[in-house]
Design a protein around this ligand. Sequence first.
Ligand code: FMN
Length: 338
Amino acid sequence: MIDFSTQYLGLKLSGPIVVSSTPLSESIDNVRRMEDAGASAIVLTSLFEEQLELESKALDEDLSRGTESFAESLGYLPDLDDYRMTQEVYLEHLRRAKAAVSIPIMASLNGATTGGWVRFAKDMELAGADAIELNTYALATSRSQTSGELELQLLDLVAAVTEAVKVPVAVKLSRSFTSLPHLTARLEAVGAKGVVIFNRFYQPDFDIETLEVRPTLHFSTPSELLSRLHWAAILYGNINIDLAISGGVHSAEDVLKGIMAGAGVTMMASALHIHGIEHIGRVLADVRYWLEKREYASLWETRGCLSRRSVPDTSPFDRGNYIKTLSSYSLRQTVAAF
Ligand SMILES: Cc1cc2nc3c(=O)[nH]c(=O)nc-3n(C[C@H](O)[C@H](O)[C@H](O)COP(=O)(O)O)c2cc1C
């Protein structure tokens, strides 16, 4: 029997597939189905900085005037309408999820700046969260804000959360940082135990008839995996904290590629929305079959075997790849033309 165990954030996990933050885990029945299908951990849906700040403001107003209600105040943030899970509801859901399954349950906080809301990480820990995933979606929209300032803001935020809790903290990074090995080393220095690459970038679409800009959410395709593999392969061996890949993991091949690039775990969201929660079991069976056929004793022994530090020729990860890819393409085109 192949040993499927993996490690992530200092936790020993039963397998390589973690369910990433998605509304699917808002139902306890689904949480149980995820464990039954073979998920080795679950990241719950996020609570947002804006929502937490708003709730605490609403509470202050309630206490001072006794009039406004939470629900009313939350309504002032129309874009967050879908995320009305209040703090108490979230913590209660977390406790129930913990009681329902034996795999680790990770809570998710989503924010960009340091503030009082960060204290909520402690409440998540007290409610039983085995780890905190901090989603740090922030965009530079001002010409006066430098990338260095954005990184410092991120580091301050991560330091505030790691100081607030004892459980491990993972940082879900956006893809737009330039020097990821350096940034990740600094995240490690402020106490992060892992990075999740990457947060998906939800770009608004333009309606050219109505001249409106609309938010869009499409499920991922496996093509999104390549940038994650590339960065995981570069980071592995370069940093001392764990890596998780999120984005484009749909099949057994994707899971194997993620682990071979150096990730401790691969995460799934879109694939479960598209194929159902039981898809996890099918993918794990395929991973097992693949490993058995090649007589591996464990999944872990494949970890990092295609990372930048393991392969004899690193040029596919570097500038050499760019030159080779472009020049081989133009050569082919020229030959075909004759
Ligand atoms: C419907 C939906 C809701 C999501 N909600 C959250 C969220 O609350 N917090 C978060 O960090 N990521 C959230 N994500 C992002 C996923 O956790 C994941 O990082 C992303 O979808 C890429 O993985 P995938 O290719 O497996 O979908 C959501 C994704 C989907 C599809």
